[in-house]
Design a binder for this molecule. Structure first.
Ligand SMILES: Cc1ncc(C[n+]2csc(CCOP(=O)(O)OP(=O)(O)O)c2C)c(N)n1
Length: 384
């Protein structure tokens, strides 16, 4: 195996000087190093296609860009790659992780894993599969190839080629401290107005536990990643829809539920990264104003499920954006008691409701969802 910092060094040595993307745990150690690059720190993009757009702008302005993404994000960025990078001929290195490699992975990765090389072939993007032995050659090849062809090329990263887990815990602790510092805890003079009350105090698990208390038989649609898993560990029920893929779409599913059954409350347990990937949903909710939608966002200011990379929510009050978009009620809370009473109030009144729960980046060791996607689907639908 090769370390994350060795990969980062290879990239910078070959002149890559603009890094962006959406994280995948297979390259968490690489991103952890790139986030601390002095000259050009990794830019957290809200979607993979936005990252491809950023890279286009960076190349036009004289940089040598690299986008890091999970292969699920190849789907998200197909159009940006086809009708921006490939059409204009904008050089770019896409580092794509290969989840679902050899059919061994969580269900959401299997199909995309099987067709990852074909997607690149269909797009006409040359690629190499990274190996620890050939890594230096692979990066040199990519740098040369994208310049001579004037187009995007890819390096595909299978599991167990780049070390992972080295940066995970430290990053969470470091970012919690940084969050407190930036939010002005103990330093009211530097706190942005109104933000001092939003110092994270509880873990996401404590927040999910509190939010679950007032919920009876109402359906909950969970965003992918640890939000699903921690809520499952608090208590499983057929009315829990566990989104194990399709990052960003839990809110859309919840909106669909309330549009189809307007009298029934529907709760969404979202993450900041998930919401940012589908930010336009706020405008749809604001425009459609479904009365019984309760949109709860557990905002730990990081992509917790993939290694605690900083998320853009750090600098944005998501609750204020929701208020501006037209939600009926908007609350921002930081304690378990406030979380419980905000969700209780939302369930008992007309909305649409938005509850922002600021949480720490702490993560609990919880099991994966044991059900197949079809089981999740069938018991959830029957419960409605
Ligand atoms: C299109 C796509 N890109 C990347 C991923 C990898 N991924 C899975 S969960 C996750 C982080 C979710 O972040 P957030 O919504 O903030 O929840 P948290 O894990 O922090 O609780 C990411 C990046 C994915 N599943 N799909």
């Amino acid at each position: 195996m090769i370390s994350g910092s060795e990969v980062a060094t290879l990239l910078t040595r070959h002149g890559f000087d603009f890094f962006t993307g959406v994280p995948c745990s297979l390259v968490e150690d690489v991103i952890a190093v790139l986030e601390t690059e002095r000259e050009a720190p990794y830019v957290a993009a809200v979607r993979e296609d936005a990252a491809v757009g950023l890279a286009a702008g960076a190349w036009l302005a004289g940089r040598r860009p690299c986008v890091l993404m999970q292969n699920s994000g190849l789907g998200t960025s197909l159009n940006a790659l086809a009708s921006l990078s490939l059409m204009y001929g904008l050089p770019l290195l896409v580092v794509v992780t290969w989840r679902g490699h050899e059919g061994k992975d969580a269900p959401e990765h299997i199909l995309t894993g099987r067709i990852t090389p074909q997607i690149l072939d269909l797009l006409g993007m040359p690629y190499r599969v990274l190996s620890a032995e050939s890594a230096a050659d692979d990066v040199a090849w990519a740098a040369k190839e994208m310049d001579t062809r004037m187009q995007p090329v890819a390096i595909v990263v299978p599991p167990r080629v780049v070390q992972t887990g080295g940066a995970h815990h430290d990053a969470g602790v470091r970012r919690d401290a940084e969050t407190r510092r930036r939010s002005g805890a103990g330093d009211p003079a530097t706190a942005p107005r109104g933000d001092a009350t939003l110092v994270p105090r509880i873990s996401r698990l404590a927040a999910i536990t509190a939010a679950r208390k007032p919920i009876g038989t109402e359906p909950i649609v969970h965003a992918n990643g640890y939000i699903c898993r921690e809520s499952f560990s608090v208590g499983d029920r057929p009315q829990n829809f566990y989104m194990i893929g399709s990052m960003g779409l839990a809110s859309a599913i919840g909106l669909g539920l309330t549009l189809a059954q307007a009298e029934r409350a529907a709760v969404v347990f979202d993450g900041d990264g998930n919401l940012l990937m589908n930010f336009g949903i706020l405008a749809m909710v604001g425009g459609l104003r479904p009365r019984r939608l309760v949109h709860v966002v557990f905002d730990n200011e990081v992509y917790g499920s993939t290694g605690n990379q900083i998320s853009p929510s750090r600098g944005v009050r998501l609750d204020r954006v929701a208020a501006a978009a037209g939600y009926g009620t908007v609350t921002a809370v930081t304690t378990a008691a406030e979380t419980e009473s905000a969700v209780r109030a939302a369930l008992g009144a007309d909305g649409p409701h938005f509850v922002l729960v600021k949480t720490t980046a702490e993560e609990t060791d919880v099991p994966r969802i044991p059900y197949s996607p079809a089981e999740i689907r069938d018991r959830f639908r029957a419960s409605l």
